[in-house]
Design a protein around this ligand. Structure first.
Ligand code: PEP
Ligand code: MG
Length: 551
């Protein structure tokens, strides 16, 4: 038996074979090859496999997301066989007598550069398609599985680390748990694991070894412990915990349909955080009363090119309609920092968390912002949509956002497209600056939602991505809790509601403090709704105190 100790970042126990995530290699070396005919056969087989995958993806997209995405995959399939592209590959092979991988990569780079150099914006955007098709053919040449997992059975997925975009593209039905060498509890990958309700452990460092691949892993996302090929005693302890977990789940079912109200009648709205329309099923299964944070950027991260207005509209509309009149807070694009999207071509920054991210990108790129706002307002006709702006530091930013909204509303009016004129507008309180000017900000918007992940990072000057800051990264720090109180007082003075959508919202040890501060809403991962409800229903708001705010 081997025991590993990491940091549990998403609760729950799981067991299954350990499988290492397959990441496509980007550094392909040019290798001389004698048998060029064999390389051509390899390319033909990879093309055939790529075509079959793209046709299947087009069929799936047609069923699930609509015609536009389906056409995209069909276009990719056509490109796999494009005469000029294939000729470029063959010419490199014949002239340079090199391996198939090198020839494909060269052709991909050549065509992507050619498209990028055109004057036409549509053709420029095709560079991303060429890169995507080339990546697919290369993966098939190198035997790298689509979605990073080539297994018939679900697995415990091991990796050095996973970027949010990689996590999003995984086939979730194949994952029992995540274990990673790097990562931190506040990274978006950990957040995604919690949203999906999948146990996860990070920070294993070099104790996580490739040689464990295929062995039976038993993971506990609460304690951060992993046993590989456990002995009988360890296995029995694991089974007991598994049973307890199932019993607890069963017990919590009785919370469904109950109100989120304390014993003395104080209501707390308990909403959910989601990253895609598929997550709504978990919200409903856990009886979430609304959606307090839809991280819209995950739509951008999962795509290979800017999602169109229509694609976004369909996604927002699906969520709004499925929630059937319950509030759905959709946050506008929050990329940058750890959420990198290749086709945005963001500048490399020394300190990306403090660079051009989130609302700064939207205000710098009005066309990107306009497309998203149009999709959001159009979706507002199908449910109770609220729009939220991230990373706000100044009142002028909010005024600019509101101007962009007004412009979009005027466009929709002119086009006769229905939307809700009273769509709520809110901001995230996640920078110290927004706390200090919360009184002025509160006069501009309908609600605040505190992003405690970033608020902790910026207040304590602690990188949320780093896993070695230990006790210095302390979301319970009185400075963070006092910031919450200041923002809440400002919100209530202006007559608006305030919630928490950062991970701290699900911290049951702080529930009484949140009640004492006067927080109106907690937005948490779907699996945290029922445990939170059970705790709220046991609490007495009027006896809660602010002791935690004392230093
Ligand atoms: C936060 O910062 O707390 C938040 C909810 O946003 P994100 O984690 O996506 O940055
Ligand atoms: Mg944030």
């Amino acid at each position: 038996m081997i025991l590993l100790q990491g940091k549990g970042v998403s609760k729950g126990v799981a067991s299954g074979p350990i499988y290492f995530f397959q990441r496509p290699s980007t550094d392909i070396t040019k290798t001389a090859v004698a048998d060029i005919a064999a390389e051509k056969e390899r390319i033909a087989a990879a093309q055939e496999k790529s075509m079959a995958q793209l046709e299947a993806l087009a069929d799936k997209a047609r069923e699930e997301t609509g015609e536009e995405t389906a056409v995209l995959f069909e276009t990719h399939a056509m490109f796999v066989e494009d005469e000029d592209y294939v000729e470029a590959i063959m010419t490199t092979l014949d002239e340079e007598r090199c391996c198939a991988e090198y020839a494909v990569q060269q052709a991909g780079e050549q065509f992507a550069a050619m498209f990028a150099a055109t004057d036409d914006a549509y053709m420029q955007a095709r560079a991303a398609d060429v890169k995507d098709v080339t990546r697919r053919i290369l993966n098939n040449l190198m035997g790298i599985a689509e979605g990073g997992i080539d297994s018939d059975v679900p697995v415990i997925l091991a990796a050095d680390d996973l970027a949010p975009s990689e996590t999003l593209q995984l086939d979730k039905s194949k994952i029992l748990g995540f274990i990673t060498a790097g990562g931190s509890g506040n990274s978006h990958t950990a957040i995604l694991a919690r949203t999906m309700g999948i146990p996860a452990i990070c920070g294993l460092g070099d104790t996580l070894k490739q040689e464990y691949a295929g062995r039976d892993g038993y993971i506990d996302g609460e304690t951060g412990q992993i046993s590989i090929d456990p002995d009988e005693i360890t296995l029995a302890a694991f089974r007991t915990k598994e049973k307890k977990q199932a019993e607890m789940k069963e017990l919590l079912q009785s919370m469904k349909g109950q109100k989120d109200v304390t014993l003395d009648g104080r209501e707390m709205m308990v909403y959910c955080n989601i990253g895609s329309p598929e997550d709504v099923a978990a919200v409903q299964a856990n009886d979430g009363q609304g959606i307090g944070l839809f991280r819209s950027e995950f739509l951008y991260l999962a795509a290979n090119d800017y999602p169109s207005e229509e694609d976004q509209f369909q996604a927002y509309k699906t969520v709004a309609a499925a929630m059937n009149g319950k509030r759905v807070v959709i946050r506008t694009l929050d990329i940058g920092a750890d959420k990198q999207v290749e086709y945005f071509h963001l500048q490399k920054e020394e300190n990306p968390a403090m660079g051009v991210r989130a609302i700064r990108i939207c205000l710098n790129r009005p066309e990107v912002f306009r497309t998203q706002l149009r999709a959001l307002y159009r979706a507002s006709a199908y449910g109770k949509v609220a729009i939220m702006f991230p990373m706000i530091t100044s009142v002028w930013e909010v005024k600019e956002c509101k101007r962009a909204c007004k412009k979009v509303m005027a466009e929709l009016d002119a086009e006769g497209i229905p939307y809700n004129k009273d769509t709520e507008l809110g901001i995230m309180i996640e920078t110290p600056a927004s706390v200090f000017v919360a009184d002025a900000l509160a006069k501009e918007v309908d609600f605040f939602s505190v992003g405690t992940n970033d608020l902790t990072q910026y207040t304590l000057a602690c990188d949320r991505q780093a896993n070695d800051l230990g006790k210095f990264f302390d979301p319970h720090h009185p400075a963070v809790l006092r910031a919450l109180k200041m923002a809440t007082d400002a919100a209530h003075a202006a007559g608006i509601w305030i919630g928490i959508c950062g991970e701290l919202g699900a911290d049951l040890t702080l529930l009484e403090t949140f009640l004492a501060i006067g927080i109106d809403e907690l937005s948490v991962s779907p699996s945290s709704v029922l445990p939170l409800r059970a705790e709220i229903r046991k609490s007495i708001a009027k006896t809660c105190n602010l002791d935690m705010l004392k230093s």
